[in-house]
Write a protein that binds this ligand. Structure first.
Ligand code: ADP
Ligand code: MG
Length: 416
């Protein structure tokens, strides 16, 4: 069935056609009718399967078709809660694009940006508010946010919110809300998520799209065995051989993100970094530059692995394997989105073999091996533009020190 045949407003169909969305994805096909009917929905589907539009299309449709009643106090009609600011920005864009020709008003609030204009807009009346829990509570406690008439609550990336410890916040929100429809979206499901979902959602329609392989079928992924100290040379070569391609590089810590950035700088490669130490403004600017292609290589920590949708990422590189096996799926899911194809390569050093095993057991299958023969391996090292051996040794020592430190302080490392 095409979107054309859906019972949704023409205004939305127009945006869909401008976006080039003709047919719904699996999750959209299954979720849209239930949401339109007002049912609670618990949906689990892999990364990149179009979950955002799966809730945005029917929600905008309902808000457009059923205008506010006249005595309304201009409260928020639909509250979308997301774990990170980047996701808030991205989901807001999807809502704004889809709602462009409707009279549905969309706003996002988040920490770290000037709040005065947001408060003004809230007073004027907003239909859909996309927010992180922190800013939401803050605005509400100061009386700027009216949730008395909220009809729809959406929890996106619910698994990640749970992991970040937002569970109490979520329960608190539910207490504020009058009778409402709850939509619960997550890429993964485990017992914790199930408990949370069933404690929040009444008799939900459960939609699960999870084929045996949790990695999207659009992503071709493989692992190459590369020693820790050689990884940067392979990254250098990969970037140089794929000029103009969009490459997203994942590292384990923010310290490493900056270090890889410097190493690339020394060989003439411009890269961006994004991690928890950056100011909000910087992070938005970085994402914007990468999105636009001003700079084609972005080095990120797991902070950015979740949910972020950047069109046209050609390669994901796991420069370090993720500490948490599940994050492998989220990272490689940043490429091959929607109807695109993508490639993901993991650089696995000897000390990471254990993690690779965990990842493979999580995936329920082996990751394809990308074999580098000896001659090719040595050639990569020889090709590097690094010429000054002194600093090369310095860097090596520094990296060794760092990894010793990280092993000694595993807890501190987890925070990214
Ligand atoms: P998820 O939340 O499931 O990870 P997103 O909602 O971020 O996925 O969507 C992934 C990508 O798929 C986006 O780039 C989006 O524009 C694209 N997309 C979504 N729905 C469709 C569709 N029906 N047809 C074509 N592309 C789509
Ligand atoms: Mg998503």
């Amino acid at each position: 069935m095409k979107f054309e045949q859906y019972n949704i407003p023409e205004e939305i169909k127009k945006s869909l056609s401008e976006l080039g969305f003709r047919k719904p994805t699996d999750i959209q096909y299954r979720a849209i009718p239930s949401i339109l009917k007002g049912e609670d929905v618990l949906a689990i589907a892999q990364t990149g399967t179009g979950k955002t539009a799966a809730f945005a299309i029917p929600v905008i449709s309902r808000l457009h078709d059923e205008p506010r009643d006249r005595n309304s106090q201009l409260g928020v009609r639909c509250l979308v809660m997301v774990p990170t600011r980047e996701l808030a920005v991205q989901i807001t864009e999807v809502f704004e694009t889809l709602a462009k020709y409707t009279h549905v008003k969309v706003l996002s609030t988040m920490g770290g940006v000037d709040e005065a204009p947001q408060i003004k807009q809230l007073q004027d009346g907003i239909d859909v508010l996309i927010t992180t829990p922190g800013r939401m509570f803050d605005l509400r406690s100061r009386g700027h946010l009216n949730l008395d008439e909220t009809e729809i609550l959406i929890l996106d990336e619910a698994d990640h919110m749970l992991a970040l410890g937002f569970i109490r916040d979520i329960r608190d929100v539910i207490r504020y809300l009058p009778r409402h429809q709850t939509l619960f979206f997550s890429a993964t499901i485990d017992d914790d998520i199930k408990d949370l979902a069933y404690s929040l959602v009444r008799n939900p329609i459960r939609i699960q799209i999870s084929p045996k392989d949790p990695v999207s079928k659009n992503v071709d992924h493989a692992v190459a065995f590369i020693e820790m100290d050689d990884k940067r040379f392979f990254l250098e070569r990969m970037i140089k051989e794929n000029g103009g391609k969009k490459i997203l590089v994942f590292v384990r810590t923010k310290v490493r993100a900056e270090r890889v950035h410097k190493a690339m700088e020394r060989v003439g490669i411009d890269t961006l970094t994004i991690h928890g130490d950056k100011e909000q403004e910087d992070r938005l600017e970085v994402m914007d530059k990468f999105r636009k292609g001003d700079v084609n290589v972005l080095i990120a920590t797991d902070l950015s692995a979740r949910g972020i949708d950047i069109p046209g990422v050609n390669f994901v590189v796991n420069y370090d394997l993720p500490d948490v096996a599940e994050n492998y799926v989220h990272r490689v899911g940043r490429t091959g989105r929607g109807m695109e194809r993508g490639h993901a390569y993991s650089f696995c050093a000897e000390e990471e073999l254990e993690i690779l095993k965990e990842i493979e057991s999580f995936l329920g299958q082996e990751v394809k091996r990308f074999n580098i023969d000896k001659a090719d391996y040595s050639m990569t090292l020889a090709l590097t533009e690094e010429s000054n051996n002194n600093w090369q040794k310095l860097l090596l020592d520094a990296e060794k020190e760092q990894s010793v430190w990280e092993k000694k302080n595993p807890k501190k490392n987890k925070k990214k």
